[in-house]
Ligand binder design. Structure first.
Ligand code: C2O
Ligand code: CU
Ligand code: CU
Length: 466
């Protein structure tokens, strides 16, 4: 059981705050740490994931670390990165959630040729939206991300809200052997058709976390990125009342998480404001209890003994400035249904899927994507599209669309409160979720489940905007 293993390995240093400060200081929110031309190397490396008194883990890393460096760029400023492939297989980098030109989207065979070993590729774009985004490979993603390739891409608001500190938590999930090596056996037939490859070691910023040291009275903006390949998390902050101010980088109506649990499927992000209202000297757990009895402590807030930072707790609400998202015109929308099918206990079994485990509307795109398959949908450029994602399966699917952000309209026919935007929406088993977006970004865009096992075994397709 994962929780047991994690507890045994529970010795890593208190790297929570520290690691989040790479490469610049996390709270230096006003200074951009992205040089005009940036090099990012994907290469094998070693990392101390479970602590210094344990063997190091052979990983695949960006810039020598897992996760890769935190990139910060100012909203509307040019971002340039040359990615160099020093792995011994093809790769690409996808800038997840950024509304960028199609040619910069990092999907091999669809938007660019794969970057072969020894080669490089120059990415360049101007992020229109501020927010919490991330980057990861889009070639052999199940393995490449499972070995560590992922990193945070923060686009800073022109006028960021005032907080005392800003932190980034990149959550990754590893399946490690006893000697702390990444276990083989990616893509096992069984896992692929179920919840995907769940690991036994969850890290925050590349380490099994100990505790984040905090001071009473401070206000922290915490950007949480679920970079796991399959694990869904549901976070409870013991003794605290986090306020969600953005999902997937897009500002929302500030609110406390529904039911007190912050639910994030793979690829999903949340920005939360945490007012440290606890007692000096005390320690509060951050629990992930998505898988019920396999609940474990993801992290902890350890209050130092010092007097509160301020006499009166802050109560000015934090509201992020809006991003320039095109507003869906629901009355003039074209409507499409995409039915998610397959998996174990899926009702339709595996028939007609030619070895794939999953399908969308009866077709299965597998592997790194098959560009010979016709697009699932061709959308008229500039028009609003309402997509109904109907999950016929017995499994959860974080469905992700490239190149656009959508508004989540309804779940099982019930309107979603507040302005909830995103690029990835978690669809429960047997649930139907409606999302709307303006198809304003021309090109061929991936739509897929972000459980990597599901993606590569059929839960993937292309939407063409023309
Ligand atoms: Cu973050 Cu197509 O993926
Ligand atoms: Cu993406
Ligand atoms: Cu899925």
């Amino acid at each position: 059981p994962p929780s047991l293993t994690r507890r045994q390995l529970w010795k890593a240093g208190g790297a929570l705050g520290l690691a989040s400060t790479l490469p610049g200081r996390a709270h230096a929110a006003s200074a951009t740490s992205v040089p005009a031309f940036l090099r990012l190397t994907a290469a094998p490396g070693r990392a101390s994931i479970v602590g210094n008194d344990h063997p190091t883990t052979d990983v695949w890393s960006y810039g020598g670390s897992v996760p890769g460096p935190v990139f910060r760029v100012r909203q509307g400023a040019r971002f340039r990165a040359t990615v160099e492939n020093r792995l011994d297989e093809n790769t690409t980098v996808h800038w997840h959630g950024i509304r960028l030109p199609n040619a910069m989207d990092g999907v091999p065979g669809l938007t660019q040729p794969a970057i072969r070993p020894g080669e490089s590729f120059a990415y360049e774009f101007t992020p229109p939206d501020a927010g919490t985004f991330w980057y990861h490979p889009h070639d052999n993603s199940l393995v490449q991300m499972g070995r560590g390739l992922a990193g945070a891409l923060i686009v800073e608001e022109r006028e960021p809200p005032r907080v005392d500190r800003e932190l980034v938590w990149v959550i990754q999930d590893w399946r490690l052997t006893r000697d702390a090596q990444v276990a083989r056996g990616f893509g096992s037939r069984m896992e692929v058709a179920m919840a995907g490859r769940l690991g036994n070691t969850v890290t925050v910023n590349g380490r099994v976390p100990d505790a984040l040291s905090v001071r009473a009275g401070e206000r922290v903006r915490l950007r949480i990125i679920n970079a796991a390949t399959a694990r869904i998390v549901a976070l409870r902050f013991e003794g605290h009342r986090p306020v969600v101010v953005a999902f997937d980088g897009q500002p929302c109506e500030p609110h406390e998480p529904v039911g007190g649990r912050l639910l994030l499927g793979p690829a999903m992000r949340a920005d939360i404001i945490l007012d440290m209202a606890g007692v000096p000297g005390r320690r509060y757990a951050v629990i992930d209890d998505f898988y019920g009895r396999l609940a474990y402590e993801l992290a902890a807030l350890a209050y130092d003994g010092s007097a509160p930072l301020r006499d009166h707790p802050l109560n000015a609400p934090v509201r992020l400035p809006p991003n320039p998202l095109p507003k869906p015109d629901l009355a003039a929308a074209e409507r499409h249904e995409l039915v998610l099918q397959g998996g174990m206990m899926g009702g339709m079994g595996m028939m007609g899927m030619r070895g794939a485990a999953w399908a969308i509307n009866g077709t299965s795109m597998t592997g790194k994507g098959d560009t010979h398959m016709p697009p699932l949908l061709t959308l008229a450029r500039g028009r609003t599209c309402v997509l109904s994602l109907r999950n016929e399966t017995a499994w959860w699917h974080p469905m992700h669309l490239h190149g656009h952000s959508f508004r989540v309209l309804t779940r099982n026919g019930t309107a979603v409160a507040g302005a909830e935007w995103g690029d990835t929406v978690l669809v429960e088993p047997r649930q139907t979720v409606e999302v709307a977006f303006v198809a304003d970004n021309p090109g061929n865009w991936m739509l897929h489940c972000h459980v990597m096992d599901h993606e590569v075994s059929g839960l993937m397709g292309v939407l063409r905007v023309a």
